[in-house]
Ligand binder design. Structure first.
Ligand code: DP6
Length: 327
């Protein structure tokens, strides 16, 4: 019936995607590794028909901006070209988290859109192929398709820059406690930030250090060793932000409250709570811990001021089709 609905999780990058060697193909400069997030998802329904033009709506306050609609239509064009159709689409989307929290809405959004659009057109393609198509919409979206803990291969050409699951969601009961310190949207989009990465004098050294850090993250995952994993992801987060801050124009995503949290997390560790931070392109802080320590971290957060919202995520499966449509 040309209609399908998909749900896709956002993901938190342990090794970040920052910088790309081909902007239009979204080919990254390095391999990245992430965990899918259970409480931060996008649901999207797509229906293709002989209509005149695409109709795209976000079912929440504020809706999509013009620029966002253009990006969605561009991704529909990618899928139409892949499938060989001229049908136009009606698309409706909704998030479980406020878009303004910067909780990687483009990752869950483009993953859900890609999976729903392909299914609506009756395409049964491999997961690998699906991640390549999602990547063309938003780089990090390819990591929201496979299950649980995911690795996106740097690749040389488009065909070999795909994402695959390293471990299923059930492999390790990790938590990502997203601490929202500011609801404001981003001043500079990450897409634009990627394009300016070469202007940072620190970028070349970052690329040299990444293979060693990937090895530590993979070893931390393989042995379920949180201190090995956590130290590597904190180092990775700081390194990416140092690159961002030394780009031209400089990108400062941190606020006072971000820094307060970065500062306090090592103190909590010294007091016996194994928890580590990471931050994407925004001011909000992701606290990574095991299930057994979740309540202790939440209790500590209650003692702090200036926190707008706390979202507790578990590790989650990747994008999947569902039977309930949004229209
Ligand atoms: C800092 O995937 O949002 O979150 O490909 O332009 O859509 P586009 O960029 P995007 O970049 C994500 C950057 C990051 C790190 C990460 O998620 O790996």
């Amino acid at each position: 019936m040309n209609k399908a609905t998909a749900i896709a999780p956002a993901n938190i990058a342990f090794i970040k995607y920052w910088g790309r060697k081909n902007a239009s193909l979204r080919l990254p400069c390095n391999t990245s590794i992430s965990m899918n997030l259970s409480a931060s998802t996008t649901t999207t329904t797509v229906e293709f028909s002989e209509r005149e033009k695409d109709e795209i709506v976000l079912l929440e306050e504020g809706g999509f901006s013009d620029a966002e609609v253009i990006r969605v239509v561009r991704q529909l064009d990618v899928i139409r070209e892949y499938v060989g159709t001229t049908l136009r689409a009606r698309v409706a989307s909704k998030n479980t988290f406020p878009k303004s929290t910067g909780a990687a809405s483009s990752a869950s959004g483009f993953a859900a859109l890609t999976v729903a659009a392909l299914a609506a057109l009756g395409q049964h393609i491999s997961e690998k192929e699906c991640t390549i198509l999602a990547r063309l919409g938003s780089g990090s979206a390819c990591r929201s398709i496979p299950d649980g803990f995911v690795r996106w291969e740097v690749g040389v050409r488009s065909e070999d820059s795909f994402a695959r699951s390293l471990y299923p969601a059930s492999y390790w009961d990790l938590r990502d406690i997203l601490v929202v310190v500011e609801q404001r949207g981003k001043d500079v989009s990450s897409s634009r930030g990627h394009d300016m990465v070469e202007t940072s004098p620190l970028f070349a050294d970052r690329l040299k250090a990444i293979p060693g850090r990937i090895a530590r993250v993979e070893e931390g995952l393989a042995s379920r060793n949180l201190s090995l994993l956590g130290n590597a992801i904190e180092e990775e987060c700081l390194n990416m932000h140092h690159v961002m801050q030394t780009q031209t124009p400089a990108l400062y995503y941190w606020t006072d409250r971000t820094i307060t949290l970065m500062d306090i997390v090592p103190h909590w560790r010294r007091e016996g709570i194994p928890v580590y931070f990471t931050i994407d392109a925004g001011p909000n802080v992701h606290l990574i811990c095991e299930e057994k320590d979740e309540q202790r971290v939440l209790k500590r957060l209650k003692e702090l001021s200036g926190i707008e919202q706390v979202i507790v995520n578990k590790s989650a499966p990747g994008a999947r089709l569902v039977d309930t449509h949004l229209f």
